[in-house]
Design a protein around this ligand. Structure first.
Ligand SMILES: [Mg+2]
Length: 367
């Protein structure tokens, strides 16, 4: 038996840039509307190669990567990701860790994991130790800005591609929500319908809507009330219809957020977003916390980046195949996964996570 010699491969550079990509149509949900999405892309160099990571955030996260995180990482061992994670989190203590700083850290952490897998000549999915070979995704879009025909066409399209679930937005105009949900349900056949109110409803209003949606076969009610209202989520969880899951967690930036949400008994399924909660490291933390509470996990947005950690996460229920991010990842990234019979699977012939920015395609969106 050979004993591995200690390895220390210093980080030589951390760079970051941002891209603003217009949506293909106006998009809105229960609480906000948007016409573009910003991707913050990070490259970390060490050992003669580089790793790539990103977050969907504000361009200020790119500046934070360059001006704060690079300073505490350059010269440090790129393989010691836990140490790097700790250094980054300490560096943003007085800036405020949740929010922009956590997104910046997430993008860098993802780049570090990509880099590590490349240096070890392994696909990231293999390095993380997968629990499964593929992941089921649910089609996600159904924006409140869509008319009925676009809503039916998009959700019906995912159903035809084999998705077992599809998700639509509700809550912007409660008077039209039932009719929109009926339109969606009619377009998807046996596929199960999920709704996301993005915190738009009041407590008792959402309880009433839960009953109404349940009659249409809706199986998932996401952020019926604000995810800051843990008691409100708990009310829905305890008093909502049998068979309807209450889900939240997309605004979790730290492990403590997820612990607090689960200690409150607020959700049936925890959501976590690796581009916000600390990258691959933070996502696996969230997965471990969910496992400890015996609660299933679902990844939020950014499907390309979630694939490898989702393969390794215990109790993973499904991943979100979010229209906006799927479109951007296929526009700008080499190696973005494609949907097949409602599933996505990694390309195990490439090292790292297999994703790289196509600079020529991204350049015109540079912020
Ligand atoms: Mg949501």
């Amino acid at each position: 038996m050979t004993v591995a010699r200690p390895v220390d491969i210093p980080i030589t550079d951390v760079s970051a840039e941002s891209f603003v990509i217009p949506t293909d149509a106006p998009e809105s949900d229960g609480t906000i509307a948007w016409s573009s999405t910003t991707m913050v892309a990070v490259t970390v160099a060490a050992g003669g190669t580089s790793g790539f990571g990103y977050s969907y955030c504000d361009a200020s996260a790119a500046a934070l990567c360059r001006e704060v995180l690079a300073k505490v990482l350059c010269g440090q061992d790129c393989l010691a990701i836990e140490a790097a994670w700790d250094r980054m989190n300490r560096a943003v203590r007085n800036i405020g860790r949740p929010g922009i700083a956590a997104c910046a850290i997430s993008a860098v952490d993802i780049a570090l994991w990509d880099l590590k897998a490349k240096l070890l000549d392994l696909p990231l999915a293999a390095l993380l130790g997968p629990a499964r070979k593929e992941v089921a995704v649910y089609g996600s879009g159904g924006f409140t800005s869509y008319d009925d025909s676009r809503l039916a066409e998009q959700l019906g399209g995912w159903a035809a591609q084999g998705c077992r679930w599809v998700k639509m937005k509700v809550g912007r105009d409660p008077d039209s929500d039932l009719a929109r949900a009926e339109t969606a349900a009619a377009a998807i056949g046996d596929t199960q319908l999920m709704v996301d109110a993005n915190g738009a409803y009041a407590r008792k209003q959402s309880l009433e809507f839960a009953e109404v949606y349940s009659q249409l076969g809706v199986c998932w009610f996401e952020e019926p009330v604000s995810s800051d209202d843990l008691a409100g989520l708990r009310l829905l969880r305890d008093r909502g219809p049998a068979g309807m899951v209450i889900a939240a967690g997309e605004y979790g930036y730290t492990p403590y957020y997820f612990r607090t949400m689960l200690e409150a008994g607020a959700v049936d399924v925890l959501q976590a977003d690796a581009t916000r909660c600390g990258g691959v490291t933070g996502f696996l933390r969230a997965a471990a916390i969910a496992d400890a509470f015996q609660i299933p996990l679902s990844s939020h947005c950014a499907p390309a980046i979630h694939l490898a950690p989702a393969l390794a996460a215990p109790r993973l229920l499904h991943m979100e195949w979010f229209h906006d991010h799927v479109r951007i990842e296929h526009m700008l990234l080499e190696g973005a996964p494609s949907l097949s019979h409602g599933l996505i699977a990694p390309d195990l012939s490439v090292t790292g996570h297999g994703l790289s920015l196509r600079a020529a395609d991204a350049e015109r969106f540079a912020a």
